[in-house]
Ligand binder design. Structure first.
Ligand SMILES: Nc1nc2c(ncn2[C@@H]2O[C@H](COP(=O)(O)OP(=O)(O)OP(=O)(O)O)[C@@H](O)[C@H]2O)c(=O)[nH]1
Ligand SMILES: [Mg+2]
Ligand SMILES: [Zn+2]
Length: 258
């Protein structure tokens, strides 16, 4: 797993940077194991992960959200989903995703750093915690931090109108101390995700929206991939499970067996 892993030199550079983090009296303890991916190293020092996905530009990405949720669950980070750029999105679409993730037990905050909607809620969520901001390049992680704390003046950059992709403006992990008890790590794009080895059933357990259906699969150890009479697949076909959730499940499972 982990095609997004930084390679060789880049990883070394990032690790050096991380090793340099020293906060006044407090030192960030980092694992010695050099092979441990960066976000997992970070997670030792983080209690919360704020997963940003914009409703558009770039378009909402449930696959990535689900991966981060998985990571949060494995690494014991409290996840919060932030649907950003609400000013650009359709209300119906925003509502659909908000309701879905709330159903699976994730707190969801809808924001627009442009109009200020939801920014205060995020400030409250961050307060007193150490949080990493995670999400694709261009979803507005740095812009959100600027909205919370205008003094920070973090660089932000436009999304490519043609591809809908960000330009990887934030190039390294940056740590911002908002107040004495509040730290935020602004992460660059998504290059830092990697997943540990997991079994298929561990992954399935992290998709609680499948739970109501799975007991009705023909096979008790059904992986909901190619088995006949799979109740999960039927529920997807009938629209009871969102297709996007099933697709991201399948992608994660496929990577497990690579
Ligand atoms: N309309 C609108 N645009 C936004 C909003 N938030 C951010 N943007 C724009 O989206 C673009 C990307 O924002 P950034 O904050 O640089 O995104 P990022 O997530 O930090 O991206 P990387 O640093 O590349 O990982 C900028 O042009 C922002 O002005 C918002 O709430 N509404
Ligand atoms: Mg940035
Ligand atoms: Zn099944």
């Amino acid at each position: 797993m982990g095609s997004n892993k930084p390679k060789g030199k880049e990883m070394k550079r990032l690790e050096k940077r991380i090793d340099k983090w020293r906060l006044e009296k407090e030192e960030y303890k980092l694992m010695k194991d050099r092979r441990t991916p960066l976000v997992r190293k970070l997670s030792r020092n983080i209690n919360q992960i704020l997963i940003l996905s914009s409703i558009t530009d770039p378009e909402f990405n449930p696959g990535l959200v689900d991966r981060f949720l998985l990571l949060a669950s494995i690494e014991n980070m409290e996840p919060v989903l932030c649907i950003s750029k609400a000013d650009l999105g359709e209300e119906e679409e925003i509502k659909k995703w908000k309701e879905l993730y709330e159903t699976v037990g994730v707190p969801v905050i809808v924001i627009s750093s442009r109009t200020g909607i939801g920014v205060e809620k995020i400030r409250k969520k961050l307060s007193g915690k150490r949080t990493a901001l995670a999400g694709h390049s261009g979803v507005g992680k740095s812009t959100l931090l600027n909205a919370i704390s205008p003094d920070l003046q973090i660089d932000t950059g436009p999304v490519n109108l043609f591809t809908g992709k960000g330009k990887h403006v934030t190039k390294s992990v940056k740590l911002f101390r908002l107040d004495e008890d509040t730290d935020v790590f602004d992460l660059p794009g998504i290059k830092l995700i990697d997943f540990p080895d997991l079994s298929q059933s561990e992954v399935a357990a992290l998709f609680p929206d499948f739970n109501a259906h799975a007991p009705y699969c023909k096979f008790k150890d059904c992986t909901h991939t190619k088995e006949p009479e799979c109740a999960v697949v039927e529920a997807v076909e009938e629209g009871e499970i969102l297709k996007a959730r099933y697709e991201s499940y399948i992608k994660i499972i496929a990577e497990l067996s690579e």
